[in-house]
Write a protein that binds this ligand. Sequence first.
Ligand code: NDP
Ligand code: 2IT
Length: 449
Amino acid sequence: MSLKNAYLAEIMETVIKRNPAEPEFHQAVKEVLESFEPLVDRHPEFVKAGIFERIVEPERFIMFRVPWVDDNGKVQVNRGFRVQFNSAIGPYKGGLRFHPSVYAGIIKFLGFEQTFKNSLTGLPIGGAKGGSDFDPKGKSDAEVMRFCQSFMTELYRHIGPDTDVPAGDIGVGGREIGFMYGQYKRIKNDFTGVLTGKGLTYGGSLVRTEATGYGLCYFTEEMLNAQGKSFKDSTVVISGSGNVAIYATEKAHQLGAKVVALSDSNGYIYDPEGINLDTVKQIKEVERKRIKEYVNYHPHAEYHEGCSGIWNIKCDIALPCATQNELDGEAAKTLVANGCIAVAEGANMPSTPEAVEVFLSKGVLFGPAKAANAGGVATSALEMCQNSMRYSWTFEEVDAKLKDIMVNIYKNASAAAKEYGHEGNLVVGANIAGFLKVANSMLAQGIAY
Ligand code: NDP
Ligand code: 2IT
């Protein structure tokens, strides 16, 4: 697809001019604007109020220096970011990513996507994202703690339980959230739900750790069921081996599938007997080692260098759960040729536009990230809710709410796709369904932002 509507094409031009050299942000905006073509004529009120021009411009973008001292006593300097993209429907909400590839364009693409995703959950949360080019790999716990404390020493002044509530993303898990929470509390002398993904002993929610992966599988199962199919007895390939990949594997196994491959940025493992998840959890969550260690425990499995080769493995269902643009047009063609019937995105924007085009044109069921991976942030919103009540729900209660939310997201995205003339296209459906609630709220609130 390309932008046919001249008005939307002009907005795209402005985004490119205002945000030079940020290709990931351009890519995310272009896909969304393409989905909006059926909206422009049907909603003159949005055009009149400048909603399309406003929604692609962040409300606020914060960039700051993060100095810290490494274990050798050397001063290190990283760059910190927070984009507060849209607060029309609730306080800013979105994860923090610590990865050397982080720069303004990555943070903006993620914050932009988060706005629509958060709206799709049906819960009152606005869109945000943040992070740093800090690389936690190979750092000691003490170094990670000093970095997190320095990062929060600046970030604390921009966030709050009713203002902006960060969480985890790549490179930010329970350990980092704990260090940041401790520093926030020390500075503010407030015990509040200012971060989500907290430990269960200090305000975290049950199911938040599992939520993105579980939610991805609930969404995928719903998408398959609508075609009379399911995970049962299927072969699944999942990329990544972090938080999302691990709990997607766990739920896919519970739903009767066999997950045969996982990866990290160095390479992938293939276990035709089905991945042993206890081994993966031990390697990744406890020892923080590389996925290639798996073959030391299971010598019948294979390890291959290079992460993109994972898409050559024959499967029924593919769940990309590592990072942006990890699955390109060629990989998509290979998946289709090997009989893959469904792809759902656990990572944010893992499929390139060429890959998405291949899936949609070949009739592969395709669950876009904004819809398919919204279970993580939805459960974060449930954590905020429990913190506000000073009460906690059981695992079963939170899990049931998560499942309901994912089923509703599927239904709403499908219905919007149909209503706006793109039946079966969940990319268009998710973008429009997420947009409408935000746009109507912006309209009601005047030219506030
Ligand atoms: P983790 O840090 O736990 O794991 C990330 C995984 O992806 C690791 O296996 C990592 O490998 C791999 N990876 C990261 N960057 C690259 C890269 N440039 N090339 C190849 N592989 C890479 O992060 P999460 O599991 O939390 O996040 C994974 C994806 O899911 C991200 O896109 C994130 O935005 C998205 N997401 C996360 C949510 C959450 O709740 N955590 C919610 C919704 C979406 P290595 O160890 O080698 O770096
Ligand atoms: O991309 C995402 O939705 C996340 N990293 C989770 C954000 C959150 O606030 O839980």
